[in-house]
Design a binder for this molecule. Sequence first.
Ligand code: HEC
Ligand code: HEC
Length: 260
Amino acid sequence: MAPLRVGAQAIAPNPPAVTWPTTANLSGLDFLPPGLQALNNDPGSNPVTLWLERGQQAWSDASTGPSCASCHGPVQALRQAVVGFPRLRVPDQRLINLEDQIQTCRQRSGKAAATDGLENEEVLALSALLHQTAKGLAWDVKAPSTTPADQAVWQAHLQQGANMFAQRLGRMNLACLHCHVQNIGRQLRAEVISPGHPTGFPVYRMSWQRLGSLDRRLRACYSGVQASMPPPGDPVLRELELYLKVRASGIPLDGPSLRR
Ligand code: HEC
Ligand code: HEC
């Protein structure tokens, strides 16, 4: 006799149109509909391409002072550095991410500090370009090699990030892990919940109609649970970024990429 389960499945009312994966080690790209995946894989129509071109121009822009290239050489030379952020900036013991470093270095190139901060188009274009050169590498975030005291500070930042990931937030009273560990593959409004890895950033989000940083995405998750959003660049976002990158170890970097 055929097992009843099979028959019952065959006549299940409203079968889901797509079955999404539920495993933890997948990239956000695996949770996009096939059309968006195809667009992501086609440089000719992927809007990220325009940002990469803009990043190339910015890399060799010497109109206000020394260009990035004049101090660093070809962008590929920084490939390994990309996967080492966020890192501890020893003098003030803060974690800085790649976009923070780009902002510091833009001033070395004689650019005024961006008033729109991390979401400045040139900062994002340079971030996209640098991430593109590091595609396929694994994150390599680690404690500074300076002193045991600095290493302890780094560990404390990492622990804070891990704690935040498990802490309930906002009017929905949900922690990051309730969605990105316990509900992977579930539909939430127009989105499908992925494991929440940082590997695909910066992302061109269709709903933003532009490129955005991991910092912005994390703030969007705060607002998603109706919690008050930390300001851009807040230390807690850097601690979460560090934890997410440790958590994503073994998953290759595949950004910049598209999202819904
Ligand atoms: C109510 C569910 C929910 C909670 C809670 C939540 N998120 Fe998200 N998050 C989403 C959805 C939906 C998306 C967009 C689809 C996806 O998962 O990629 C997303 C996207 C992300 C992404 C981008 C993944 C990608 O590949 O584009 C990251 C990283 C992330 N969240 C981290 C977090 C962190 C850290 C927290 C806790 C501060 C958190 N999220 C809390 C629902 C949630
Ligand atoms: C005048 C020289 C100079 C210019 C111009 C410059 N940088 Fe830097 N850059 C540095 C120095 C010095 C460091 C070492 C870390 C520090 O002191 O911030 C650095 C570090 C970096 C790093 C981390 C690399 C590593 O191996 O640790 C990145 C990424 C970077 N710069 C990107 C850029 C970008 C993008 C631009 C152009 C907007 C740029 N830099 C322009 C001097 C420069």
